[in-house]
Design a protein around this ligand. Structure first.
Ligand code: RB5
Length: 167
């Protein structure tokens, strides 16, 4: 087993939230089962069926709790993962990454301190999603030079109106 797929490490998050839209609903159920098997305390923030809903509502619900510190991290699932990540990243303090395989999942934890993993249920099957969730929940942030860069992301959030004036 290579380093990317080594899911035997300790979990780095105590409380994780999971939310999805109708496109992500079946995969959300599988992901909740993975979190249970890892012994991670998780909050299921819906949706709870395949009935059509709007993904920004669920991104907002979960990302708000991550930003407020009620959750250490979150997993968002929609058709592609993209809309969920776009919406979640509007909330200061959230660093949501769309990933489709374990390597970028591990690297976004190590380098970007991603606190939300966004997965596309139309892109990623259940077995790969399980590997990614295990990588996401067991990979610590590397800190060091990456901490300086992540702090610059936070600066961008604080100074976004200033940036507009610079161009
Ligand atoms: C819903 O049809 C779809 O647009 C949504 O699940 C997601 O893929 C958006 O990014």
């Amino acid at each position: 087993m290579n380093e990317v797929n080594d899911c035997s490490r300790r979990t780095v998050f105590a409380r994780v939230g999971v939310a999805c839209d109708h496109g992500g609903y079946p995969l959300k159920e599988e992901i909740c089962a993975v979190l249970r098997s890892m012994g991670i305390e998780y909050g299921d923030l819906g949706t709870d069926s395949g009935d059509s809903v709007d993904y920004p509502d669920y991104a907002r619900r979960l990302a708000g709790k991550v930003a407020a510190g009620e959750l250490d991290a979150g997993i968002l699932i929609c058709g592609t993962g993209i809309g969920m990540a776009m919406a979640a990243n509007k909330i200061p303090g959230v660093r949501a990454a769309v990933c489709s395989e374990p390597l970028s999942t591990r690297l976004t934890r190590e380098h970007n301190d991603a606190n939300i993993l966004a997965i596309g249920a139309r892109i990623v099957g259940p077995a790969l999603a399980e590997e990614m969730v295990r990588c996401f929940c067991t990979t610590p942030f590397s800190g060091g030079r990456h901490a300086r860069r992540v702090e610059k992301i936070a600066e961008l959030e604080r100074d976004s109106s200033q940036c507009e004036r610079e161009v």
